[in-house]
Design a protein around this ligand. Structure first.
Ligand code: CAO
Length: 424
């Protein structure tokens, strides 16, 4: 079956997490993704957080499926030549180097356009133009600068970062959308363009509701926040603990076993349309008519008591039992699932969201497959490439080099200190 991005060739000059998540998505949708890596070491994540000595780490393997690897020292004459050759034949070039790196390599936007006016140059940087545009950025810096950390955590504690990689993988997603949009526009204009996603912008985009609340705050207290009605509101959006962030109040509640199991909790949404059912299930039928609880507006000053009352009920059930009971009444809720539970979840495996992948060095490992499902372009997750695994193949098939040129390129050391063919 032809994949959605079949025929699209991507020069993947990305490293660490943000860029690789973007190009992995493109590869899953069928693009031919050629990852350029520094000879000898490759993407720094190959050796970071290693769990098996000498083998590519899970950090690397889980972010670089379905790609081909070419080792290239792009600072050598021949390395530059190969790099420029690839710019000529690729549709998209993706990079997430520190600001200025690509220019220092001689690959300015002007030069790239000279080589290939149809190419789309997609970049992730920490910040957009402005006072911080030259700064290097990692995940948690983006979470802090994008507004997520100041609004995460409990009111009486410090700012918190989240385990979800909204700065890195979030930027990868934003960039991927920019790339396919630019590819679509190219079908009309015939021209490439620059696509830029800054990590700060991406995090802020995901924190949109908090900028909403900043403006609401100017008109009075945020009544769905735990600070209301007894706590103080300052001039900026406070940390809301586990409050829902939406129009329906929610909180994390203890379930049976919480004393020993750190994940015996349930997220409970006290959704207005099912309020009557909630009261009946938790055996507080008097709340249906009590004027302090009967309407969503009346409930806002009492949310703490309400969730304490519901928790008395959830603590009598395991999170899964509670979920089963509440689902019968269409009451929105969700268990706090540990990574251990998720790894064993059969339904996630059935849909390909969790996949088992075979790797020649490390054996079988689990990964997150493509979370975006296309009915006409299914994803087969292929293991990440070994360092330089496709060197010869790319010089021959993609760049069309003849045998003598290939021999010369290898001999020059531009691809590293590797023999042309392992068997020779
Ligand atoms: N051949 C030769 N040189 C190469 C090369 C290759 N194949 N690949 C990279 N290099 C060189 C670059 O040319 C650069 O050299 P100069 O500084 O001399 O120009 C050098 O490697 C380092 O690049 P870098 O500055 O991007 O890498 P770093 O490890 O110092 O910084 C990071 C890493 C992530 C902080 C930085 O790249 C960055 O801020 N990127 C943008 C934001 C981003 O994506 N952050 C998310 C990272 S995921 O958590």
């Amino acid at each position: 079956m032809t994949k959605a991005l079949h025929g699209v060739r991507v020069l993947d000059f990305t490293h660490v997490q943000s860029g690789p998540t973007c190009t992995q998505l493109l590869a899953w949708f069928g693009a031919d993704v050629i990852k350029i890596e520094r000879p000898g070491v490759g993407d720094i994540t190959r050796s970071q957080l290693r769990d098996i000595p000498g083998e590519d780490s899970l950090y690397f393997t889980m972010l670089n499926h379905n790609k081909r690897s070419l080792t290239l020292d792009t600072k050598t004459k021949q390395g530059k030549e190969i790099l420029e050759g690839l710019v000529r034949v690729c549709d998209v070039m993706v990079e997430n180097f520190a600001p200025g790196v690509l220019d220092r390599m001689g690959l300015t936007w002007e030069r790239i356009q000279e080589l290939n006016p149809r190419i789309i140059l997609a970049s992730i940087k920490g910040f957009g133009p402005g006072p911080y545009e030259d700064c290097k950025v990692y995940e948690n810096i983006a979470q802090c600068a994008g507004g997520a950390a100041s609004t995460t955590g409990f009111d009486d504690g410090p700012p918190l970062v989240t385990g979800a990689q909204i700065g890195d993988s979030g930027s990868g997603l934003h960039l991927a959308l920019g790339i396919v949009t630019a590819l679509y526009q190219r079908t009309h204009t015939g021209r490439g363009q620059m696509v830029r996603a800054s990590m700060q912008d991406g995090v802020l985009n995901l924190c949109r509701v908090k900028l909403r609340d900043q403006q609401r705050l100017a008109r009075g207290p945020l009544k769905e926040y735990p600070q209301y009605p007894h706590g103080e509101f300052g001039s900026s959006v406070p940390r809301a603990g586990n409050a829902s962030g939406g129009g329906q109040p929610g909180w994390i509640l203890k379930c049976k076993g919480w004393e020993t199991d750190p994940n015996a909790y349930l997220y409970f949404v006290a959704q207005a349309p099912v309020w009557e059912s909630i009261c009946k299930v938790i055996e507080k039928p008097e709340w249906i008519t009590d004027s302090n609880y009967a309407t969503p507006e009346a409930r806002l000053p009492h949310l703490k008591d309400i969730f304490a009352g519901i928790e008395e009920w959830t603590m009598q059930h395991t999170k899964i039992e509670a979920m089963e009971i509440l689902n019968k009444y269409d009451i929105p809720c969700g268990p706090i699932l540990s990574m251990e539970e998720i790894a064993a979840d059969q339904s996630l495996r059935d849909t390909g969201t969790i996949v088992e992948v075979d790797h020649p060095g490390r054996g079988q490992y689990l990964s997150v497959g493509n979370p975006i499902k296309l009915s006409d372009s299914p994803t087969e997750v292929v293991r990440s490439p070994l360092l330089g695994e496709h060197n010869e193949e790319i010089l021959k098939d993609v760049l069309g080099f003849d045998e003598a040129t290939i021999v010369n390129m290898f001999a020059s050391g531009a691809l590293g200190a590797v023999p042309l063919r392992a068997a020779e």
